[in-house]
Design a protein around this ligand. Sequence first.
Ligand code: KDG
Length: 345
Amino acid sequence: MSAMRRTLTLSLIAGALLAAPLAALAQDIKPRLIRFGYGLNENSNQGRAVKFFASEVERLSGGKMKVRAIGAAALGPDVQMQQALIGGAQEMMVGSTATLVGITPQMALWDTPFLFNNVREADAILDGPIGAKVMATLEPKGLVGLVYWENGFRNLTNSKRPVQKLEDLDGIKLRVMQNNVFLESFRTLGANAVPMPFSELFSALETKTVDGQENPFNTILSSKFFEVQKYLTVTNHVYSPWIVLVSKRWWDGLSKDEQKVLRDAAVASRDFERKDTREAAGKAVAELKTKGMQVNELPPAEAARMRDRLTRVNASIGANIGMDLWNETQAALAKLRAAPTVARK
Ligand code: KDG
């Protein structure tokens, strides 16, 4: 072999040897990308919390993991994103526990009307052993639950009339989440309950396909329902959690360190989200009034009638989730209510 050919061959070998570690290094430097889908607008309590989570993941991983927050149901409604996570086509999402009942019936516990009297009870149960037990039912179905966020206490809006008594709901076409407890609950109240994905709700209200819906104050404001809903009735008929979910297929491929980053960021985002959500909710009703909504509270006697009517679904919830879980939850709530409440910070 001529000297020239030898030199050329050696330099090609040297180049190849050099390129390999550089490629590996480049692979190391390229952050692991996480597509995180959610249904509300970017400028909502849900959107702000996803953004916070993303910054925490980047900080805790030293830039090795990067979350791409994709809002406004751009990756599809909750049910579609749940399937994408199960199939491994998407890494993370946050959405309502109510739409998970088709995957794991125990999630229906959180649909129980008037289950929680206040956020102290909600935090204690959701973040305690019962919340963990319900979350664990997701894993065999291909989902990993990290934390619960707060959607909040739900209230009624409609475009036809103020709801001052139960009979005012008669015949109102009311959108509900795709969930049998919500369907049954509002049918027993006399409404014409229509299950529908959240992503279709604004246009359905705008075109009068439905007359009303029920959601927390923050969502009514951030989704601009005041533009298509005249009447807001404060009912606080159920406390709605969101749940931060990971694709188990993808999760199982992560290192322990990577999983710890996501768990730690999720806990920090939960505390941020609840604080942000509660502060925003405190201001939302006043803002909705300035946007032209007519707001009323149900008179106590009517609220009692609603509670009595709505809690008729409790028997079916207990049967669906299992009486052990139902009784454990009732006992835990009774214990919480018996304990002296420390001054809330
Ligand atoms: O994607 C939207 C959901 O996360 C949540 O807001 C569900 O409360 C909900 C509703 O009414 O669909």
